[in-house]
Design a protein around this ligand. Structure first.
Ligand code: SF4
Length: 368
């Protein structure tokens, strides 16, 4: 008998999954029960047939590669991570190589991925692994979580994928799949967050092949159970899925109200002396801490000089329009501790903020 016929009733093990506490709606029909083990079996079989081919997936996963890829994948699309991952691993093939590198070099290899705090924490954790753990990753979720930048999700990913720990991981894709599977209609980004989903995920993850199971949930969310127009007719979990069975797929997961976008206007001032320009490093607590950019001007100083163009970018809920002006200097000003005069042709070698890099291109073009 096929999976869809055997699973007439969806009745989760509420003690194991925490489903009751989460107040999640459950579809019940006559007959058998849809147990987490059945979900696991079906999902693992689907994964064996359909998994994505990704450069960090290996038959015996290396915790270092899993870790680097998972940190890169936070806030960044898989397709974009592919090329960065390969380049990063060529330059820092082991945790020892990463620990021995200088921070500007690490940031340079991170440039373009954004959210540079991730790179700094990756670097700090690599040093800790080498100096305090003899170069070996801790093999428990608690041990992994004691490292900088490794939270619940990343510890679960490394633990389950590299060390076969039966621990859940919940990220955007698996969160959506689980919410729909059990019909969890409350917003996951509102109060209470996605804690109920973590509890359900903990009850689903099987003792055998937990890493594959977690990756299968993520792949299903990325390829089949997509945010818009999911392919339920091709989904291996369709017969067990509460959202699908009750026609609520489009409504789950619900979205909390978004913060309104704030418009910000600023001016980047490119001070130029001959072939050199003044750049400054973003300080602690600023967006893009540790990366180079052009100074921002205010008042009349920001209105002087030739306009090179406009760079627009978004950070969190801010939408920023940055006018770029070039001021030709007859002599170099004395740079502050955070500033430096650099040749326009050397800007490529600096780790720069995303808008800084775009301004640098305007500067390079203006000299053509
Ligand atoms: S049946 Fe549809 S909504 Fe349910 S898990 Fe599959 S793709 Fe997602």
């Amino acid at each position: 008998m096929g999976f869809s016929k055997r699973l007439h009733c969806l009745r989760w093990n509420s003690r194991k999954t925490g489903l009751q506490e989460a107040g999640v709606a459950v579809v019940k029909r006559k007959g058998a029960t849809t147990r987490p083990e059945s979900i696991g079996r079906v999902l693992l079989a689907w994964y064996a047939r359909s998994k994505r081919d990704l450069p960090w997936r290996a038959s015996s996963p290396d915790p270092y590669a899993v870790w680097v890829s998972e940190i890169m994948l936070q806030q960044t699309q898989v397709e974009r991570v592919r090329e960065f991952f390969v380049r990063f691993m060529e330059r820092f093939p082991t945790v020892h190589d990463l620990a021995a590198a200088r921070e500007p070099t690490v940031l340079k290899y991170w440039e373009g991925l954004g959210y540079y705090r991730r790179a700094r924490q990756l670097h700090a954790a690599a040093k800790q692994i080498v100096h305090e753990h003899g170069g070996e990753f801790p093999r428990t979720v608690e041990g992994l979580r004691s490292l900088p930048g490794i939270g619940r999700y990343t510890a679960g990913a490394i633990g389950s994928i590299a060390f076969d720990l039966a621990t859940p991981i919940v990220e955007a894709n698996s969160r959506r799949v689980i919410a729909r599977l059990v019909g969890h209609a409350a917003p996951l980004d509102g109060p209470g967050g996605d804690e109920p989903i973590w509890e359900i995920a903990a009850g689903l993850v099987p003792p055998r092949h937990p890493g594959r199971f977690n990756q299968a949930l993520m792949d299903l969310g990325a390829m089949i159970c997509t945010p818009k127009l999911p392919l339920c007719s091709r989904c291996p979990l369709a017969s067990a899925c509460v959202a699908h069975q009750t026609n609520r797929v489009a409504a789950i997961p619900a979205q909390a109200k978004r913060r309104p976008v704030k418009q910000v206007q600023e001016t980047a001032v490119v001070l130029r002396h001959g072939e050199s320009v003044l750049v400054e490093r973003r300080g602690p607590g600023e967006w893009w801490e540790g990366l180079w950019d052009f100074p921002r001007g205010s008042g009349t100083a920001a209105k002087r000089g030739r306009r090179l163009g406009l760079v627009t970018y978004s950070v969190t809920h801010h939408r920023i329009e940055c006018a770029v002006r070039e001021q030709i200097m007859t002599r170099r000003t004395t740079p502050t501790k955070a500033q430096r005069w650099v040749k326009v042709t050397s800007l490529d070698a600096l780790a720069m903020t995303a808008p800084g890099r775009r301004i640098a291109r305007l500067v390079a073009r203006s000299g053509d």
